[in-house]
Ligand binder design. Structure first.
Ligand code: PHE
Length: 456
């Protein structure tokens, strides 16, 4: 029977540990620097409704499927498919996942490194007295510097590696259990500051006021891509973490809790950021401009800004770290299990490869590779687009098809009911979503985005 547990397999020790690790993976730069801007710019409340529908009708079923594959297979993202369905090509879904993990860590680690530079700048009060133009060129000069961003990126990878190397329970669980509450407290402090600024209401308007005319095919695709990216789905993170979940923990409940936590934190991040942006009469910019130029600009005009900017960049770094930990774990679990090498060696080797690809991303953002473009995108943009918008939804598609039709009813039921000990009244609903709604939904969004179908 598959699902036999090797005696020494490391696992999460508590319910809170599972949630902290999985929500830690989900909550990241995607929530804080991407989500708020996407909402504000793509129709506010209208985008939010669309996003919520994707999270609960598509994200949650995909997450349940991944957790079930991992816990049933008791292996990494590739090994679990092989254990459940030997001699079938399903493990290729895991192969794409491991590839996506390298790609995401490479470009994500680049930005994660910037957060460390900005913590450093906050500490030495480096934003004080600078005009918006000066802050903007400060950022441009920093990313174009051939050395500094690489140094911070390397430090970030080493930080991630040292947690992963310590293991699932004594590394990942131990640190995410501390870091996630810290993150929540920081966001709440920032919200109190932001919404009590005079003129904060305009920011809330920007975030929540629905404008359905903004919704079109590409907005729908980016809402779906954002849901996958933000929930860390479609590439094996949740398969890998699922394999460390104890047999008596409820997978459905875990998936819902993690998805709710991720969504709540994304919305809270928007409430922390936009009221402040509007209170200072600044135009909301996107992505890196928002986080590394606009925000320092706000803080340096605000009473107590020194303290708040430090908190904000620590928040970003913590959010990024608990996500890169999960990306590295996907890779390390695979190499250590399938090639029978130690966790330590697997961590070191993969980190070196990640740093190499990551350096290419970093240098493409204003450094010596800035003019190297493929399909109009630099290396950073190319990796981001392919992994987040294409590989993740595609991976999610195959994952639900596998669970819905090929994994075998018995195994699926065993995982969803904990071998019969849970009532599982909602299982038929989950199965219906997994088998029909999710694959059809993903397919429609894709067809619509490439123009083969027109709706919205
Ligand atoms: N979910 C993370 C974020 O929102 C990014 C991530 C994607 C992490 C995929 C792991 C796997 O920032």
């Amino acid at each position: 029977m598959a699902g036999v547990t090797p005696p020494i397999r490391d696992r999460f020790g508590s319910k809170f540990g599972i949630i902290a690790a999985a929500a830690g993976s989900a909550v990241g730069l995607g929530n804080i620097w991407k989500f708020p801007y996407e909402v504000g710019n793509n129709g506010g409340g209208a985008f939010l409704v669309l996003y919520l529908v994707f999270v609960f009708l598509i994200g949650v079923p995909v997450m349940i499927s991944e957790l079930a594959i991992g816990r049933n297979g008791q292996k990494n993202a590739i090994g679990s498919f092989k254990a459940i369905s030997p001699k079938r090509p399903w493990f290729l879904v895991g192969v794409i996942g491991i590839g996506a993990a390298f790609m995401i860590f490479a470009f994500y680690g680049s930005v994660a490194g910037w957060t460390l530079e900005y913590i450093f700048q906050s500490v030495k009060n480096g934003f004080a007295g600078k005009t918006p133009d000066q802050l903007s060129s400060m950022f441009d000069n920093f990313v174009a510097n051939p050395f500094r961003p690489l140094m911070w990126q390397a430090i970030f990878v080493v930080l991630t590696a040292s947690v992963v190397m310590a293991g699932v329970k004594n590394g990942i669980e131990k640190y995410t259990k501390i870091l996630m509450p810290v993150l929540l407290v920081i966001i709440l402090i920032l919200i109190v500051r932001s919404v009590t600024l005079p003129g904060a209401g305009a920011g809330l308007n920007f975030l929540f006021k629905p404008d359905f005319s903004k919704i079109n095919g590409s907005v729908i695709l980016s809402a779906l891509g954002q849901a996958f990216f933000s929930l860390s789905l479609g590439m094996g993170t949740m398969i890998t973490y699922g394999s460390y979940i104890r047999k008596n923990d409820n997978l459905g409940v875990t998936a819902v809790q993690v998805s709710v936590a991720d969504t709540v934190i994304a919305v809270l991040a928007g409430i922390a950021i936009f009221p402040a942006v509007f209170a200072f009469g600044i135009n909301p910019s996107k992505g890196e401009g928002l986080v590394f130029v606009t925000i320092p600009n706000i803080f340096q005009q605000m009473t107590g800004g020194y303290f708040f900017s430090l908190l904000f960049f620590i928040l970003l770094a913590v959010a990024a770290l608990t996500s890169t930990i999960s990306l590295l774990e996907v890779i390390v679990a695979y190499f250590s299990e399938e090639y029978k090498i130690s966790r330590k060696k697997a961590t070191i080797y993969s980190s070196v490869v990640i740093l190499f690809i990551g350096a290419l991303c970093t240098l493409s953002n204003g450094g010596i590779l800035a003019n190297f473009k493929i399909l109009g995108l630099n290396i950073w943009g190319l990796l981001e687009y392919t992994s987040a918008d294409i590989l993740l939804p595609l991976g999610g598609f195959f994952i639900v098809v596998f669970v819905g039709f090929f994994m075998g009813r018995k195994r699926v039921k065993e995982e969803l009911t904990n071998a019969g000990s849970l009532k599982g009244k909602l299982i038929p609903v989950a199965m219906f979503l997994i088998r029909f709604i999710v694959p059809i939904g993903i397919a429609l969004v894709f067809l619509n985005a490439i123009g083969l179908l027109k709706f919205g």
